[in-house]
Design a protein around this ligand. Sequence first.
Ligand code: TRP
Length: 341
Amino acid sequence: MNTHAQIAPNADDVVLTGDRPTGPLHLGHYAGSLMTRLVTQERVARQVLLIADMQALTDNADDPGKVARNVVEVALDYLAVGLEPPRSLFVLQSAVPELCELTMLYLNVVTVSRLERNPTTRAEIALRGFVRDIPAGFLCYPVAQAADITGFDATLVPVGEDQLPMLELCTEIEQLVNRAAGAPVLRSARAMLSSTPRLPGVDGRKASKSLGNAIALGASNDEIRARVRSMFTDPDHLRVEDPGKIEGNVVFAYLHAFDPDRDALATLTERYQRGGVGDMTVKHRLEDVLVALLEPIRARRDHFEADRGEVMRLVAASTEQARATVADVNRRVRAVFGLAV
Ligand code: TRP
């Protein structure tokens, strides 16, 4: 596809990324992460795609059915875009109990004030309106995430900006454990910051499953068209002759992310800014681009969806494969804390 995937992992990197299964994945995930993972899959021997159901429960315990239902949806989305074992292992977090043990052990070297200072957790707490009623598991999920990263021996973690505090905490834990052990028990992981601008939702706000303003990878052509028609553009672009603004214009954000014809897009952008191009023209173009992009993805999704049992067996098998590494790391960390192995 196009421009974004300039990430360059080495062949011997173990790359780890995760998704909370709270809904099907959408175009924001595709632009921000799935495209990069497809490139990574061609380069490295192992990439772990963690379906983080335990983490999803830390703020969805009131609706566990939602999390359970969406595990297979996320696996279907991975398969639909072309991610697949053995190079990409789909790992179901809750099926690796050693991660919980690691989390418990790491919690002993992290203070409550350290957790309360995490800017990403703070923002999420504010967003969800938690005060003193924060689930303890939610406050601690960055520690669980450090268990994910160190447990799978990851060396490279591609992340968006909002995940950097998680990586920072992970590095601190890794150093504390290695210092206590007097040996490199945990491998260090580096963050690989995504250079793609975050794709907005159709209304211009942050694209999110809960706001319902995203375009799902499995969207039908009719849904795609309806979503594009409702997209926020430039509110001051009233007549076709008026010059149009690109900044904050959702249609152009999507075109820049997905239009394969970069030259035509550059011309269209310039003409729109100058005046003389109507919103309907650019919306039609975007509809065509998205229909062409999502049609083959939807076809693959439909193919795998016909046998969900088979998809879950594939998840179980690749989870077992990756689990061996976590069990090994867990044994080493237990020894650092003086626990019988
Ligand atoms: N927190 C990540 C998210 O919100 C998901 C995740 C869980 C993750 N464990 C991880 C990401 C480990 C990277 C590494 O999407």
